[in-house]
Design a protein around this ligand. Structure first.
Ligand code: ADP
Ligand code: MG
Length: 319
């Protein structure tokens, strides 16, 4: 069985290296050059077996997802991803697992020009922590606290597909490969996030579900919102497998969408549509920001709707 350093050598041999990586894997720490006039945006996310993914998830999908969820956070900040580190805790020094994991991880990293510059390799129950670093022109990061009453609430893509896959998995089937792909291979909306610089007033990525995540934006901004459930963007596949009553909880509280939710004045709507269309991303207005606190959901019939539970919180059981 290979040792820790054999595994690190395998990783090092395959890691890409941008010109702004002064020193990558191999020293005590990486040295990275931040271009003048930019802010460094840093985020970290952990995936734990059995908590964040079904235990039988393939190593390649895990690699992809571990990086994707971090790049999604950078996208939500309107940052351009640049570098990442990888802390791997493995039950045993399984080179086959590491190779397959890197297949998925580096596929996404290479696609987006992100260099793996360091990390840590330890033994223990399977757990993966990625830290991602991005760049944004100074002062232009998209924050949670900028939503204003009257702004429109937007989401990219479609909502609920990943949660639909998880619901099918928990129920033991029937399974949709399309929904499962959305769970295992989320697409971080990196180009869309950058395109929203100067257009959106606030933004967040949807990791825990629209109800919880939009709630964070509203609290940070000191406002409320009303969402029209009839406007939630829904994939044909999700609609085929789940009727409205079963769909809404997935879309509001299911999580794992990794779409962006953002707010913007109505006057920016045309520019937003153009900017997002240019990066091949659809976006939909789903509601409006209102003065005062609270997040209300309205059915197409005009009735109030209360989501069962707002998102997933660790230490509070599963949803
Ligand atoms: P140290 O003992 O000085 O912390 P390590 O032996 O942990 O160094 O790591 C050696 C080098 O390999 C460092 O540059 C570290 O960043 C890198 N490294 C270790 N594990 C990983 C990993 N899983 N992915 C990428 N780089 C790693
Ligand atoms: Mg170390």
């Amino acid at each position: 069985m290979p040792g820790e350093f054999d595994l690190i050598d395998r990783i090092r041999a395959r890691a890409g290296r941008r010109p702004d990586v002064v020193l990558g894997i191999g020293d005590d720490a990486a040295v990275l050059r931040v271009p003048p006039g930019h802010d460094l945006v840093v985020t970290s996310d952990t995936l734990v077996a059995g908590v964040h993914f079904p235990a039988e998830t393939s190593a390649a999908d895990l690699g992809w997802k571990a990086l994707a969820v971090n790049l999604s956070d950078l996208a939500a900040m309107a940052a351009t991803p640049a570098w990442c580190t990888l802390a791997l805790t493995l039950p045993d020094a399984d080179a086959g697992f590491v190779d397959a994991f890197l297949d998925g991880f580096l596929e996404l990293a290479d696609e987006l020009g992100v260099s793996l510059v360091g990390g840590d390799t330890t033994g223990g129950p399977l757990s993966i922590t990625v830290t991602a670093h991005g760049l944004v022109p100074a002062g232009e990061a998209l924050r949670r606290d900028g939503a204003r009453a009257g702004d429109e609430v937007w989401v990219t893509g479609t909502l609920g597909d990943a949660a639909g896959a998880l619901a099918q998995w928990r129920a033991g089937g029937p399974f949709s490969a399309k929904l499962r792909y959305r769970l295992d291979r989320p697409t971080p909306r990196v180009a869309a996030g950058q395109a929203l610089r100067g257009l959106a007033t606030a933004g967040i990525d949807l990791s825990d579900g629209l109800a919880a995540d939009l709630g964070h934006v509203l609290r940070a901004s000191g406002v409320g919102a009303r969402i029209d459930l009839g406007r939630l963007p829904t994939s044909r596949t999700l609609a085929d497998h789940f009727d409205e009553a079963r769909r809404w909880p997935l879309q509001l509280s299911g999580g794992d969408d990794y779409e962006l939710c953002f707010t913007a004045p109505a006057s920016a709507a045309f520019a937003i549509e153009q900017a997002l269309a240019a990066c091949g991303v659809s976006a939909t207005v789903v509601g409006q920001v209102q003065a005062g606190a609270g997040l209300a959901f309205m059915t197409p019939e005009g009735e109030d709707y209360a989501p069962a539970q707002a998102g997933f919180q660790h230490f509070q059981g599963v949803h």
